[in-house]
Design a protein around this ligand. Sequence first.
Ligand SMILES: Cc1cc2nc3c(=O)[nH]c(=O)nc-3n(C[C@H](O)[C@H](O)[C@H](O)COP(=O)(O)OP(=O)(O)OC[C@H]3O[C@@H](n4cnc5c(N)ncnc54)[C@H](O)[C@@H]3O)c2cc1C
Length: 388
Amino acid sequence: MDISFSDKQKAYRAEVRNWLLANLPASWVQGAQWPRLSEDDDQAFLIDWERQLYAAGYSGVAWPEAYGGQGRSLIDDLIVNEEIGRLGAPESINTIGRELVAPIILSVGSEEQKRHYTPRILNIDDVWCQGFSEPNAGSDLASIKTRAVRAGDRWIINGQKIWTSYAHFATHCILLARTNLEASPYRGMSLFVVRMDSPGVDVRPIRHMNGLRHFNEVFFTDVEVSSEMLIGPLDGGWKVAVEVLGFERATTRLYRQARFLEELKALTEHAQAIGRLSDGLKSELGEIASELMILRYHNLRFTSRISGGAKIGDEASFLKLLWSHIHQKIARVGLELLGADFDDDSPIAERFRRIYFTSRGETVYAGSSQIQRNIIAERVLGLPRGGR
Ligand SMILES: Cc1cc2nc3c(=O)[nH]c(=O)nc-3n(C[C@H](O)[C@H](O)[C@H](O)COP(=O)(O)OP(=O)(O)OC[C@H]3O[C@@H](n4cnc5c(N)ncnc54)[C@H](O)[C@@H]3O)c2cc1C
């Protein structure tokens, strides 16, 4: 394992930083507008920004060139992520496509799927959502009820998904459905691509507590998909879904730690400006800063291991648990510091209100903290399985 950066990597970091500084609209620098991702008026701007990023060679950094990527290393990908986070550049509008769907297609998809979908994801020709959770199947994902029934060379899908982020503007959904009622719950499900404009797809919005329209309920009534829309092996969807969740927990948004550090700096500067940088607050900020350093080293360790050919395993849960709880701490300190000003119109209040409300869901999605702890206890530490 090597977690130091070479001179070449340092030069690449400088190149990425300079490009971002030259091209990022000033209003986005340092996260001033983050995370207005899902509001309609931001979509055109975000799509345009991501296309610029792709044209400049800063997305799909570690994907093979044959599939639209840049063919560089995962460490370079991490560097780009860190620089994006440091400057508070917009989060991807296609985070599900880029961070979950493309990696899983590159891992288990057919050659045709790789060639078709991955460049389209990078160029934001297709925007994806993730149809896993259902009203009675969240933590217990193996209980999904959505069914796909074979009809000749097609599949007919019926069921309901919930909490489906970005479904209101997604063009495609990566959908987990039950394909075999005879098999055990873990062996009888499969992963499909569903076009969101297919007849029978009905998207109903749910507004977030942070005020944004972000996730949705999605109903599927006799939705037809062709056999080519199956991703990975038939009835082998559980393993594939677990791999998707591994990407979601470990490698998505590696820019987080860099962005969180900027948020912490903004809090510190604000506390100083209003004369409230007490010893108690300093020690709390210092503690969070050290946790962010730990997170960074875990990110580096993970990236290094995966670069060496290791699979993302159950240890991804460490990263998920760590970043989501650190972010909630930052949000809590922001809330306490702003006090009665938390609700006013100042940019700092607006920024920390968003961080506070957004961070609540971060210990829930991609598997709740309790589920991450169960995974760490049982599968990483080998402790006895708890009662369910
Ligand atoms: C912001 C946000 C975005 C999301 N986006 C998507 C998306 O795009 N696509 C998608 O498919 N899903 C999405 N989700 C759904 C998310 O994956 C689920 O909410 C999550 O898996 C928890 O499932 P649940 O809500 O059904 O809660 P439940 O599974 O009902 O859990 C309720 C509580 O019980 C605890 N619990 C459950 N089982 C255990 C256990 N065995 N041991 C200990 N405690 C347990 C949980 O930790 C939780 O505290 C999103 C959620 C959020 C908050």
